[in-house]
Design a protein around this ligand. Structure first.
Ligand SMILES: Nc1ncnc2c1ncn2[C@@H]1O[C@H](COP(=O)(O)OP(=O)(O)OP(=O)(O)O)[C@@H](O)[C@H]1O
Ligand SMILES: [Mg+2]
Length: 501
């Protein structure tokens, strides 16, 4: 008898059959991977298990007994906890308040909140995850990766039999990932079952015993991870062959379009010099916290440097706001789509054209039918999974939302595009499409600055790679001379190693 048995699970949303007779069986003490393309139904199936959604049909059994899970509280009582793909923390509250939300520690006959105890316990939980973070820190002040660790600590603060992790790794750095994997092994030893959703297939071979593949709301197959290789899993996921994209040709960069000179920003950026030419993709990498995102924000006018110059096509500009940057032809795809990229309550069509609505306005009116047809084109090009152009972005799957951010910036027809982690949370099939598309953009003369922590992706896409450490650019490598070791050495500030090796 399995710990968990889900069978015949079906779920409709307006215009979408999200789950079609799906099933899943999980044993105690195993890490069970759940994989599938964007929109395959993974999060929906897990939201049903964790009580966030009700299934239209189907059965859930725990230790052989049928259970009705009709709320997150009911799920928690049964020992089921979910770490959500879209972080669910309250930005205005502290780390400790978030961790203990809904099960606060109280003391005394009047039930005073025991703040000190909660802060202490929070810090201990985070320390066990290798995080030095005060329980009193405000969520809005900490990094995305740290927020993810807080989500995980929150799941650990209650005793669980099943912990669902919906793409926990997509915003973690290597070090945090390591801590997460250690934690998963410890949980397995305590006989906890982990359901692990990830688009990074190499991860699941490291930590999962079995994998279930979903496609179009259906369960395709469950298999031991030792019995399948990565290509076989991909084939099951997409149901077709996908071309592995490799840029065979070299790009032909034109004249310089963007130049940064001696940019300084106290505590964040130091002595940044950078040149970007038309028709090239330059990679920008480094550990989280190295200043990559800060640098992107300066180029996008979201932050102003203390000193230094920015030149566009040879002319000095002062970028005081993103609006100004957009008007000058600079676009930034942010890593945090929830707060900066999209308006979740608006339609797909409206989000697509948001950053450059002026392209569609004639005599004061928005040309809605033109808007619809450009959106349809992006739906085709980027394989956006949606019932129509009118769907609210909130209702799209996590990875699909990321594709909408991309569509939005492509629509602006910017001359310079900064991509901050563009393929995070994107499935294998669509990744290849996005690489292809970026390559097409540079062949049209657009300049791309690509920020990514995934070194294989940087090495594949960029002919020039800049590495940052502690607010400085510590090195520049050509693709021919670059490898993961050299990049890591520069990223850790060990410049001499990169040079001599
Ligand atoms: N609340 C909702 N309202 C309408 N449609 C929804 C809702 N939630 C999910 N869907 C749709 O159900 C389908 C499955 O989505 P789900 O989020 O489960 O995908 P996923 O496998 O988690 O994908 P990803 O890898 O992108 O996170 C998608 O077509 C999605 O648009
Ligand atoms: Mg999902």
């Amino acid at each position: 008898m399995s710990l968990l048995e889900m069978s015949g699970i079906t779920k409709h949303f307006p215009g979408v059959l999200a789950l079609d007779n799906a099933h899943l069986s999980v044993e105690a003490g195993e890490c069970h991977a759940l994989v599938g393309e964007n929109g395959a139904g993974k999060s929906t199936l897990m939201k049903i298990l964790s009580g966030a959604y009700r299934a239209d049909a189907g059965l859930i059994k725990l230790d052989g007994e049928t259970k009705h899970i009709d709320s997150p509280i009911a799920a928690r009582r049964l020992g089921i906890t979910m770490i959500h793909q879209e972080l669910n923390l309250l930005p205005e509250l502290t780390v400790a308040e978030n961790i203990f939300l809904g099960h606060e520690v109280v003391r005394g006959p009047l039930g005073w909140l025991d703040k000190r105890a909660m802060e202490k316990r929070s810090q201990e939980l985070l320390e066990s995850l290798g995080q030095k973070l005060s329980g009193r820190a405000l969520i809005k002040k900490i990094s995305l990766a740290q927020q993810q660790m807080v989500e995980i600590a929150k799941a650990l603060s209650v005793k669980s039999k099943i912990i669902i992790m919906d793409e926990p790794s997509s915003i973690l750095t290597d070090r945090e990932l390591h801590e997460l994997f250690d934690l998963i092994s410890r949980l397995k030893q305590q006989n906890v079952a982990i359901i692990y959703i990830s688009h990074r297939l190499e991860e699941i071979f490291k930590i999962c015993e079995r994998v279930t593949v979903m496609r179009d709301g259906r369960t395709i197959q469950t298999e031991g991870t030792g019995k399948l290789n990565q290509d076989q899993i991909i084939r099951l996921m997409v149901g077709r062959e996908i071309e592995q994209f490799s840029p065979s040709q070299h790009s032909h960069p034109g004249e310089e379009i963007l130049r940064l000179e001696a940019i300084e920003k106290a505590g964040k950026l130091h002595n940044i010099h950078l040149g970007l030419r038309k028709g090239e993709i330059v990679g920008l990498t480094g550990l989280v916290g190295a200043g990559r995102t800060e640098l992107a924000r300066v180029i996008f006018g979201a932050d102003q440097p203390d000193s230094g110059r920015i030149l566009l096509e040879g002319k000095p500009v002062s970028l005081r706001s993103p609006r100004q940057a957009i008007d000058l032809g600079i676009g930034l795809l942010t890593e945090d789509r929830k707060t900066q990229g999209l308006i979740l309550n608006m339609m797909l069509r409206e989000n697509t054209t948001l950053a450059r609505l002026s392209r569609l306005v004639k005599r004061g009116f928005i040309n809605v039918s033109a808007e619809r047809s450009v959106t349809k084109k992006f739906i085709r090009d980027l394989l956006i999974k949606t019932p129509s152009t009118e769907q609210k972005v909130r209702n799209l799957s996590g990875g699909t939302q990321q594709k909408v951010v991309l569509a939005k910036w492509l629509f602006t027809e910017s001359k310079i595009l900064i991509f901050d982690e563009p393929t995070r949370g994107i499935d294998v099939g669509a990744k290849a499409e996005i690489y292809q598309l970026m390559w097409k953009l540079v062949s049209q003369g657009i300049a791309i600055l690509m920020i990514s922590s995934e070194l294989p992706e940087i090495l594949k896409m960029c002919e020039r790679i800049l590495v940052m450490h502690d607010g400085e650019i510590t090195g520049e490598l050509k693709r021919e001379e670059a490898d993961q070791e050299k990049i890591m050495a520069l990223a850790m500030g060990l410049n001499h190693l990169a040079r001599t090796s």
